[in-house]
Design a protein around this ligand. Structure first.
Ligand code: COA
Length: 331
């Protein structure tokens, strides 16, 4: 039996306190209904951050809990890898704000931009850094303030997203046991970038009054096209994770898919041959929190003791880029 390189030793989540329900959209002049949103997405409510609940604040809240559960102090963190599509500032990385906030004085810190798959990308990068011998202990965080980049006048996108953060401590596996990361998989297709993106406001088209007026600095999405690709690529990611871990669907105790939409989740589970009673869903309470969705869910299922030591968990994500990724971990 080959021991794994790295294992998750602590998890945490950081969520804004304000709950925004589907019925609350009426109060901001959006013509929609709980029935429409629930039927198409399964989302009932989401968290919306206040001005002081920044991406860094949510990340720090999640990270402190993960570190406490892992029994690791800030000084023991070698690397902070923060996945976000919503950095607090464009320079420097939000990961270094988090480094300062935590007082992680020995840590390297950098952001990863791979949208909803970003936390799984980060987990894979952290595992590789541990395997290379460069580090022993990493903090891998997904933190998103999606409310800051969605178009609150576009009812086809603003109802889908929410704010939040999830974090794990990933450490070198010194136990000799086959517990930890069993397999990972990452893929991308930039030819499809324009199906889910923010057209303007970056270095190619720096912010102008016209961009602000036309709202092209905010998220635009071709919902139906994205839906089709999400189902296809998440299914591929599930297959590849199982293949490289040399496992079958029956070996998986719990599937944690990216929480974008219950219909995408159900289609992914069906393809992977995993029954819905082995699939964790919290999109009804948090909406799509992009790269925070899987680590938030992982923290919840461990806290609720739905899984525990020895459980095998498969995580699958898909997002803007497109990017898609998966990982299987034994807790
Ligand atoms: N409330 C009520 N009606 C709405 C609405 C809302 N919030 N948003 C859109 N509509 C209307 C549209 O205006 C359209 O009306 P029309 O037929 O009169 O023009 C109608 O609903 C159908 O719109 P359409 O976009 O075709 O709906 P859909 O069935 O494809 O559902 C999504 C839209 C976004 C829910 C669906 O495409 C989806 O889930 N896509 C994947 C999105 C996703 O998860 N992205 C993130 C991936 S990481």
């Amino acid at each position: 039996m080959i021991p794994t390189v790295a294992r998750i030793t602590g998890t945490g989540r950081g969520l804004p306190s304000r709950i925004f329900t589907n019925d609350d959209f009426a109060s901001i002049g959006i013509e929609t209904s709980d029935e429409w949103i629930m039927e198409r997405t399964g989302i009932h409510e989401r968290r919306i951050a206040s001005d002081t609940e920044t991406t860094c604040w949510m990340a720090a809240t999640a990270s402190r809990q993960a570190m406490a559960r892992a029994g690791v102090t800030a000084g023991e963190i070698d690397a902070i890898i923060l996945s976000t599509a919503t950095p607090d500032r464009l320079l420097p990385a939000t990961a270094v704000d988090l480094q300062a906030e935590l007082g992680a004085t020995r840590a390297a810190a950098f952001d990863i931009s791979a949208a909803c798959s970003g936390w799984l990308y980060g987990l894979t990068v952290a595992e590789g850094m541990i395997a290379s011998g460069a580090i022993d202990t990493a903090l891998v965080v997904g933190a998103e303030k999606m409310s800051a980049i969605i178009d609150w006048k576009d009812r086809s996108t603003c109802v889908l997203f929410g704010d939040g953060s999830g974090a794990v401590v990933l450490q070198r596996n010194k136990s000799g046991e086959r517990a930890g990361i069993l397999s990972t998989f990452m893929r991308s297709d930039g030819c499809l970038a324009n199906l889910l993106y923010r057209p303007d406001g970056g270095a190619a088209h720096p912010m102008t009054a016209e961009i602000l007026e036309n709202r092209t600095h905010l998220v635009k999405m071709a919902g139906r096209e994205v839906f089709k690709h999400a189902v296809r690529e998440m299914s591929e990611a599930a297959d590849r994770a199982l293949d490289s871990a040399k496992l079958r669907a029956a070996d998986i105790d719990l599937l944690i898919p990216h929480q974008a939409n219950t219909r995408i989740i159900e289609a992914t589970a069906k393809h992977a041959n995993i029954s819905m009673d082995k699939v964790y869903v919290n999109v009804d309470r948090f909406g799509n929190t992009s790269s925070a969705s899987i680590p938030i869910a992982l923290d919840e299922v461990i806290e609720k003791k739905i899984v525990g030591p020895g459980s095998t968990v498969m995580m699958v994500a898909f997002g803007a880029g497109f990017t898609w990724a998966s990982a299987i971990v034994r807790l």
